[in-house]
Design a binder for this molecule. Structure first.
Ligand code: BEZ
Ligand code: FE
Length: 632
């Protein structure tokens, strides 16, 4: 039975790139007009400009751990300027100061975070008085509005981005095994882990600041809703009592705190591992940090080995919730590993950093690097997760070798493999226009031939081959409904036995394929025969795979179209015969509801005056093609 309680915190969030310009509207939305601006010296000019005359005072001395003396000085400025609102632009220290001021005066806060620290969406305030840090929680402290602008983190140096993002990652990880975990927080945490990992992995080759900020916000929202465990306790101890820097300490400690908790929180670890595309969460987090170039040892952060004992003692001084039992010896062991920067051994066979090592070798074009950097850890995890044997891997290699050997300019086994594993349909969905106004696309398949015969309207593409005559009358329109004239429309289909001309060397081809141009009214008309279901080529390795997995090789009956019109996106699609076989088990996953069409039974004379001998069918359909985005 699942039991939980959950109280979401009421904070308004404005997210995006370039959103800082909305700060004035957000202040006015709160009914405020006199702003004390908290910022770093010389920073946050966009914000100051956007606020204009609303700024009645500035304070630039926010300090780490929110010392009360600094807050007192800021309070004097706030009162002197008669400010009714603070706008804070900066990292955790600036946000902390805004919260401390709100705690004392009830003043409204609009916070624009420049790092991924996350305290902007929590109701927790940590302050230091005479060197002692205390934290408390109060609704007054929660900012009214947070504006996330990825642009504001643009100047953050990469090493800070990395440690700050791992700090955020720690919020999400600890939320998953917190006693306060609930389905909403779990969902946010898993999403956060995925985004932060993608953002960190892509950092070297792409601008991933928005992805990181998005992940950081989700992770911070988790932090605002749950109590944290060993990881946060250790970081506070190491920061508070040994002066270690906040985010780098989080970065070093996280994989080790996770390893400590792994056996006691298997479900949380599985979710983190899944989100990272890995098997073992603690070592995967360690590898992620190595790949991103973050710190891995407490030694490099300046902690003396002699301090480890005392740190372990402090970490068990007061009880707090944590999945694994907290023992001084256990924590000392954890700290020793973290001090030395060792990779957590993990529950699965140690790859000894092999994955990170392989990933670090990729140079070359950014996109290639990004794809391989993502692919390799997934392949390694696939092998590890499944305990892949030498024989199985060899079998896979032989399978691919045979797929290559059977392929030539007419037979493409790799396309078939991609189709039957659904990958072609995935890429198709990603690539093509998916608006409801556009006709859905479908896989190209291996039987399209470049440069089909150019045919006049009304031609019979079946050229007398046996089958039920089919009159096709389709219209090409733009998404606005306007007819598209002069569109190049390629069509191809199988014969009534289920073969394409290219599969029949004795046939006098090309047949059952052609290229027509749409007329003034956007229409394309031609004769053909009713397509039937057919098996995809099953005499090669793909057929073997289908048989071995109990799958049939049949495609639902369909007619292929490729439509290329000036000023419009190319549309590759298929129309499926409603009532046809295999519509719900198409071997290549190509069927979409909107593409299933009635091929209407008819008798008597056809619209072009021809009188087929018996029954015939009529296919009418309107293709809506998406206009190309106009250049700005
Ligand atoms: C086809 O419809 O022509 C097709 C598509 C994918 C695999 C095999 C055939
Ligand atoms: Fe086909």
């Amino acid at each position: 039975m699942t039991r939980f309680s959950y109280t979401p915190l009421p904070v308004r969030v404005v997210f995006g790139t370039g959103t800082a310009g909305q700060v004035r509207a957000e202040v006015e939305r709160l009914g405020r007009s006199r702003v004390l601006l908290l910022r770093r010296p010389g920073r946050a000019e966009v914000v100051e400009e956007a606020l204009g005359p609303l700024v009645v005072g500035r304070f630039e001395d926010a300090a780490m751990h929110t010392p009360v003396e600094v807050t007192e000085r800021a309070l004097a400025v706030l009162r002197g300027a008669e400010a009714d609102c603070v706008v804070a632009v900066g990292g955790g220290s600036t946000t902390g100061l805004a919260k401390a001021l709100a705690d004392r005066t009830g003043v409204d806060q609009v916070v624009l975070p420049t790092t991924y620290a996350g305290s902007e969406v929590t109701a927790v305030l940590g302050e230091t008085r005479d060197g002692v840090k205390t934290t408390r929680s109060s609704p007054e402290v929660l900012p009214e509005t947070v504006i996330y602008d990825a642009e504001l983190s643009r100047d953050l140096p990469v090493p800070v981005v990395v440690t700050s993002a791992v700090n955020a990652l720690a919020h999400a990880v600890e939320a998953l095994y917190s006693p306060d975990a609930n389905p909403v927080v779990d969902g946010l945490a898993v999403d956060a882990v995925g985004r932060l990992a993608r953002g960190l992995r892509g950092l070297a080759t792409a601008d991933t600041r928005e992805e990181l900020l998005h992940g950081a916000w989700l992770a911070a929202t988790c932090l605002g809703a749950v109590r944290t465990g060993l990881h946060h306790k250790l970081c506070h101890t190491l920061g508070g009592s040994f002066g270690l820097p906040h985010a780098p300490t989080h970065t070093v400690v996280l994989p080790h705190a996770m390893a400590y908790n792994a056996a006691a929180a298997p479900e949380a670890m599985r979710r983190v591992a899944d989100a990272l595309g890995a098997t073992d969460a603690p070592s995967a987090v360690y590898d992620l940090i190595v790949t991103a170039g973050g710190p891995t040892s407490l030694r490099e952060l300046g902690l003396a080995e002699a301090d480890l004992d005392r740190a372990a003692e402090l970490a068990v001084e007061h009880p707090y919730p944590n999945p694994a039992a907290l023992t001084r010896e256990g924590i000392l062991g954890l700290l020793r590993h973290a001090w030395a920067g060792e990779r957590p051994a993990g529950v699965s066979p140690s790859l000894d950093g092999l994955t990170a090592q392989v990933v670090s070798t990729f140079a070359g074009p950014p996109r290639l690097r990004a794809l391989l950097t993502d692919l390799v850890p997934r392949l390694h995890a696939f092998a590890v997760d499944n305990d892949l044997t030498q024989e199985e891997w060899q079998h896979g290699i032989e399978f691919l070798t045979r797929a290559g050997q059977i392929s030539d300019d007419k037979r493409q086994e790799f396309v078939l493999l991609s189709d039957t594993l659904g990958v072609s349909s995935v890429v198709d969905v990603l690539t093509n226009s998916r608006t409801p106004e556009t006709t859905p696309s479908a896989v190209l398949g291996p039987f399209y031939v470049e440069g089909p015969p150019e045919l006049a309207q009304g031609t019979d593409i079946a050229r007398g081959l046996p089958g039920v005559p089919l009159w096709v009358d389709v219209r090409i329109t733009s998404t606005s409904g306007a007819p598209v004239t002069g569109a190049v429309v390629d069509v191809w289909q199988s014969n009534s036995d289920g073969f394409y001309d290219v599969q029949l060397p004795d046939l006098d081809g090309p047949v059952l394929r052609g290229r027509l141009l749409s007329g003034e009214d956007g229409r394309v008309r031609f004769w053909s025969i009713l397509p039937s279901e057919y098996p995809i080529p099953a005499d090669g390795p793909v057929g073997e795979m289908l048989r071995a997995t109990g799958r049939h090789p049949y495609r639902a009956p369909h007619l292929h179209f490729m439509i290329q019109a000036a000023g419009h996106q190319k549309l590759i699609t298929q129309l499926f015969v409603s009532g046809g076989r295999y519509l719900d088990s198409d071997a290549v996953f190509g069927v979409k509801e909107d593409l299933i069409v009635d091929f209407e039974p008819r008798t008597g004379p056809a619209p072009d005056g021809r009188e087929p001998a018996g029954d015939w069918r009529e296919l009418t359909f309107t293709f809506r093609v998406a206009p190309l985005a106009s250049p700005h």
